[in-house]
Design a protein around this ligand. Structure first.
Ligand SMILES: Cc1ncc(COP(=O)(O)O)c(C=O)c1O
Length: 480
């Protein structure tokens, strides 16, 4: 297995950000590199710079670089061959997922912003779906665009949200990430530019990279979208697609106002740029809002607005059911492309989704109430424990996007891990190592667990801030 790409010393230094923490320097470096591999920012089979180059780029001794690489090699995160250098890998015997979870009974996983299944609702839906299944057994079970009954149910769900939708405008997918991947496959290709918010949902950026396209990030302002910057980027960078999350943006939790939506759609029309609007989190508005119409309501025929959505946040991510809302012609193209990937979604899960959507208003309202309570508990705990951190209470979604008082997010995530909390460091949500001053903390877990997590984070943060000098973050990195 040979490396796919080579990283320079300065590039790796940028990815590492503020990596130093307490204890031996080589261990801190090995820990930070391991975290980069585990959270996907350092792809597998990437050749790392030689030890001398790394030492120079980081301002450490060559012995430190050598010892860090040796530690990673011992743990199975680095493979080396004389003459070919060292490249990233995962330990062969450990099934380490890209976004590590668990790792011990006592680990609190704050790397994932998704809730447990709504109590009581799923059992009934599964029973009803199982009773319905025999009606589908005489057929082949392959329906690339989705079961007609689910396409109808999703169309009715979207219509109730304010976007008149017919079943042929709906493609059922295995979640919103699958929907985005399919759209990229059909509408974009290697070398294309894809406009994204900055910060944004990390897996969306991963999908862009996976097709060899390039994200063109547009920075979010503290209170919303920079529509002037968006307009300039649409005009000057001529992106193939724009991907936005106007309904409770992940990770900031911001919601785009109605006027912004109108401007956005007008811009997309003027520049002929398809907008992919990710509504995965749309159900979790925590208000108070005056109702903001979905972006697709401004373009119901789907000329420029394509919507993706999912059962994952307001119902349960384990179902793996999502959708695309687009013009019937694009739905057909996507269904055809999908046949080369996974052919169709599982019938039983689709039937479960139909049942859940029947009770959507009651289930979603309960999920919202729970999220609101947990948000307030987490916000209070963070405010009292970390008075120097800053964040705005989000109007929707499942996480706080917190500005730390010092730019040490990567070191914080590494050290928090040792204190039993798994965190997604700020740079995971950006391009080129930005957001070292931010961290996302979800409120998807029960309130007492969140309070325990904050107590552990307090100990970890003390270790971070006591571990040596802090280099000021270059402001340019924030808006790169
Ligand atoms: C904005 C956004 N889009 C998509 C997804 C993935 O959704 P799904 O589970 O439906 O693939 C997530 C999950 O966190 C998300 O936050």
């Amino acid at each position: 297995m040979f490396p796919d790409r080579t990283l320079s010393g300065p590039h790796l230094a940028r990815l590492l950000g503020e990596w130093r923490s307490s204890g031996p320097v080589y261990l801190a470096l090995a820990r930070a590199l391991r975290l980069l591999v585990l959270d996907g920012r350092l792809p597998l089979r990437t050749r790392l710079p030689g030890e001398r180059e790394l030492a120079e780029a980081l301002g450490v001794s060559r012995t430190t670089a050598t010892a860090a690489y040796a530690a990673l090699r011992d743990e199975g995160f680095l493979a080396s061959r004389r003459g070919a250098g060292s490249w990233t890998r995962l330990p062969a015997d450990a099934a380490v997922p890209e976004h590590p979870r668990g790792g011990g009974e006592d680990v609190i996983d704050l790397s994932c912003a998704a809730c447990a299944a709504p109590e009581g609702a799923l059992g009934g839906a599964i029973e009803a779906a199982t009773a319905e299944l025999p009606r589908h057994l005489p057929g082949p079970g392959y329906d690339a665009a989705g079961l007609p009954v689910l396409r109808e149910a999703i169309a009715a769900h979207l219509t109730a949200r304010g976007v008149p939708t017919s079943a042929e405008q709906v493609l059922v997918t295995a979640g919103a990430q699958h929907a985005w991947t399919l759209l990229l496959r059909v509408l974009a290709g290697p070398g294309d530019r894809i406009l994204t918010e900055h910060p944004t949902y990390p897996a969306a950026l991963d999908a862009v990279r996976a097709i060899g396209a390039r994200a063109v990030p547009v920075p979010m302002l503290a209170d919303g979208w920079d529509l002037d910057m968006l307009a300039a980027t649409l005009r000057q960078a001529a992106p193939r697609l724009a991907y936005l999350i106007p309904d409770h943006q992940n990770p900031t939790g911001l919601t785009m106002p109605a006027a912004g939506r109108e401007q956005l759609v007008a811009l997309a029309r003027a520049t002929r740029t398809p907008l992919v609007i990710d509504e995965t989190i749309a159900g979790l508005d925590l208000g108070p809002f005056s109702a903001v119409p979905p972006v697709a309501a401004l373009d119901p025929d789907g000329d420029v607005v394509i919507t993706t959505g999912s059962m994952s946040k307001a119902f349960w991510a384990g179902l793996r059911v999502g959708w695309v809302r687009a013009s019937p012609a694009l739905v057909q193209r996507l269904a055809t492309a999908r046949m080369a990937l996974d052919i169709a979604s599982p019938v039983l899960e689709q039937l479960v989704a139909v049942e859940l959507l029947r009770d959507a208003p009651a289930i979603v309202e309960r999920q919202r109430r729970g999220a609101r309570e947990r948000r307030d508990v987490l916000a209070a705990a963070v405010r009292s424990t970390f008075p120097a951190w800053r964040f705005a209470l989000p109007g929707g979604g499942l996480s706080l996007w917190i500005e730390l008082d010092v730019p040490r997010s990567t070191a914080f995530a590494a050290i928090a891990d040792r204190h039993g909390v798994r965190l997604a460091a700020g740079p995971r949500f950006g391009v080129d190592g930005a957001f070292e001053r931010h961290v996302r903390i979800p409120y998807a877990l029960p309130a007492p667990v969140l309070e325990e997590a904050v107590a552990r984070l307090a100990v970890a943060w003390r270790a971070v801030t006591e571990s040596g000098p802090v280099t000021p973050e270059p402001t340019a990195a924030l808006v790169a």
